[in-house]
Design a protein around this ligand. Sequence first.
Ligand SMILES: Cc1cc2nc3c(=O)[nH]c(=O)nc-3n(C[C@H](O)[C@H](O)[C@H](O)COP(=O)(O)O)c2cc1C
Length: 322
Amino acid sequence: MTESKFDSKDLRRAFGAFATGVTIVTAVDVEGRTHGFTANSFTSVSLDPPLVLVCIAKTARGFDTFIECPHFAVNILSEEQREASAVFATAGAEKFAAIEWQAKSTGSPVLDGVAAWLDCVMHNTVDAGDHVILIGRVVAYDHNAEPPLGYCRGAYVSFGMSQDTLKLAEQSGSLRVGAIIERNQQILLYTDSNTGEVRLPVSARLGPEENPTSLLGQLAVAGIDAHIPFLFAAYDDGDHHCVYYRGEANVLESCSSSLKNGLEFVEFAKIPWNKIADPPVHMMLRRFISEREFDEFGVYIGDAVTGRVKTGTAFPPDFHGF
Ligand SMILES: Cc1cc2nc3c(=O)[nH]c(=O)nc-3n(C[C@H](O)[C@H](O)[C@H](O)COP(=O)(O)O)c2cc1C
């Protein structure tokens, strides 16, 4: 085995910047047992002949089955299938217990509710480091209008995500859009000059940047070029629909020493917890700092007290207080 000169955790982060869809790859072994694993390494390869590929880790429990099996199916998940993704990413789970499926052409399981499926015969396998590339020739497929599930930087992303809902809340004045913005292990915090209270940057609308009252507009005025594409928490605090995104920021050279309007990047270790009055902000910051360690972010959905964090790698646990 060759030694990589890279830190694998960091390399994984670089790989993870490539946004993908999410698939569940399935097969049936010679004894008729079903196997499946979540995979985002899927790629279409060729139209003629119709070829696709997916990479399977040599450590996967189903590895022997998949490299020996003459068929497999690729199920391209829809937005509603985060839980199925989590189940099939959990080694040892009863993977097919909670999902309906049918055999189509080769007998490999095609799952209900997917955005598309590709039933394949094995065309070739290629050894590739700690994975093997499974190349399949598509013998049957189908697709529909379901919005597909996305995945990037350790978190699920929804392409069609609730833009309409946000618009409605914005129009009714009940929207609060906030952000957890990181730069060099520091978090952007806002200090109210009158009360001394500290919170995350927040506004009644997300954008556009040209509108100085929007969140992106306020950040731009302070010289912060923020990229906050990921949903981190959505909850109702009784008065407002609160939506928090997470992301990173570049700070313009001219503004790097002192940020304007009470905004300041603060090291994780120096966060003034006693000045943060809003309990959800406490919880979000603590969750962000701990999830960031493994680059595995969840999305909290609920109210200001109880809800659940939807995660990428295991069953979403019921979660109290973010
Ligand atoms: C979004 C996502 C994408 C994944 N992509 C892959 C992949 O492309 N190849 C792979 O071998 N494992 C991938 N995994 C991990 C496997 O799904 C996981 O290790 C699973 O437990 C393997 O199943 P098994 O060990 O029960 O066979 C991914 C997990 C997630 C959550």
